[in-house]
Design a binder for this molecule. Structure first.
Ligand SMILES: Cc1cc2nc3c(=O)[nH]c(=O)nc-3n(C[C@H](O)[C@H](O)[C@H](O)COP(=O)(O)O)c2cc1C
Length: 377
């Protein structure tokens, strides 16, 4: 049978530093809460990621660089040898399936709870999340985080660096520093969550200092060419209020532009907004753009392909998709064939559960003849 093959720059191979990517599609990091209670990745995580190895690049879900940075129950971690061994099984499986993988490093800051981590969350300033938070005991009122001391800022930077070394030991090609979506690093960037009067607060130069120190330390630990940075300029997720988005990001990216990082990854990138073009002008290296798609859904029938192509035309180098990869292990093949996509089945299964809603999304039988069969492990 002759298959229709859609022609698109999304399916062109390209390079990311030393990596050859078979296409420009990136699986966006997505927390799926399938690690064990100690943050050790579970065997089904190896199956899940290996099923999606045809992505140009996988950015594995947020992993916490230390105990107090844990956001939610069953989030994976990367600060001890058990975590390294668990992740090693994941990267081995992905490599065996032909894939390439970075690991996202995320410290939750105020997004955490003593019922989850056993520790009081810490943050730039004692400003609580204006919402409830999911814990092992259900949704609970968030707690007021403790303001980080200068020593804690220093040790947190060191923990990011150590986590990055662990990630390389675990077989990842690099790490992505999570400075988006209202977690610790963005809490430092934003006026609403950073009321500090020392060198880590106040002016833009003060508020970007922590982000710069984390990126520098992680780059020193594993080489800047193995470090990506994820940002979400102007996004209000998790109650974040930046105040001066238009000043923060030119300063942050200007300071990082010549550091030789692997990539910059922009969440909710909109080619119709001047900010996207400003970022493209400032950032000389690889730019990954995650388009704006309906949230919470449903996704467009093409999973975001058209929006991704608009971003490539506007200067992005790679396009990250989240939910479309979650529900379609063979997303690249389906998009190339113009085949229908599986919808996300049950939002509740995104963040908990075992194999159901995780490793049991079907692939197209025979490649693209539109019949469905279970995903291979
Ligand atoms: C289940 C789920 C978990 C997510 N977890 C993370 C995460 O760990 N780190 C992160 O930066 N973004 C996370 N996100 C956001 C995605 O990376 C992505 O930005 C978002 O889903 C929008 O892309 P989409 O419209 O293609 O799904 C998550 C999204 C979903 C649906």
């Amino acid at each position: 049978m002759t298959r229709t093959q859609i022609s698109s720059r999304l399916f062109e191979s390209t390079r990311l530093g030393a990596l050859r990517l078979p296409n420009r599609l990136v699986m966006a990091p997505m927390s799926r809460n399938r690690a064990d209670d100690d943050g050790v990745p579970s065997p089904i995580m190896a199956t899940y990621y290996a099923q999606r190895a045809s992505a140009g690049l996988i950015v594995a879900e947020a992993a916490t660089p230390n105990a107090v940075g844990q956001t939610y129950p069953n989030i994976p971690a990367i600060y001890n040898q058990a975590h390294v061994a668990g992740w090693r099984q994941v990267t081995d499986a992905v490599r065996a399936a032909g894939g390439r993988m970075f690991l996202q490093l995320e410290h939750g800051g105020r997004i955490g709870h003593p019922d989850t981590s056993g520790l009081m969350p810490i943050a730039p300033s004692p400003v609580p999340l204006p919402d409830t938070i999911f814990t092992p005991n259900g949704h609970l009122a968030s707690v007021v985080p403790r303001e980080m001391t200068l020593d804690e800022i220093g040790s947190t930077v060191a923990d990011f660096a150590s986590a990055a070394r662990n990630a390389i030991e675990a077989g990842f090609a690099g790490v992505e520093v999570h400075a988006a979506n209202g977690y610790l690093i963005q809490q430092f960037l934003a006026q609403g969550t950073n009321h500090r009067t020392d060198e880590y607060g106040g002016s833009v130069a003060g508020r970007i200092r922590f982000a710069l120190e984390v990126v520098q330390a992680v780059g020193d630990a594993i080489g800047p060419e193995r470090v990506g940075l994820r940002i979400a300029p102007g996004v209000t997720v998790n109650g974040i209020r930046e105040g001066d988005t238009g000043s923060i990001y030119p300063a942050l990216l200007g300071a990082l532009a010549d550091k030789g990082l692997a990539y910059l990854h922009v969440v909710f990138a909109d080619p119709d907004q001047p900010l996207f073009h400003d970022i493209r002008r400032i950032w000389p290296g690889t730019l990954i753009a995650n388009p704006v798609l309906p949230w919470p859904g449903p996704l467009p029938a093409d999973g975001g392909r058209h929006e991704g192509e608009r971003l490539l035309a506007a200067g992005a180098d790679l396009v990250a998709l989240g939910r479309a990869f979650l529900a379609n292990p063979d997303l690249v093949e389906r998009l190339r064939a113009g085949a229908p996509l599986n919808p996300v089945r049950d939002r509740g299964l995104m963040y908990m559960g075992g194999e159901t809603g995780y490793t049991d999304y079907p692939v197209l039988a025979g490649g693209c003849d539109r019949a469905l069969e279970p995903a291979a492990s």
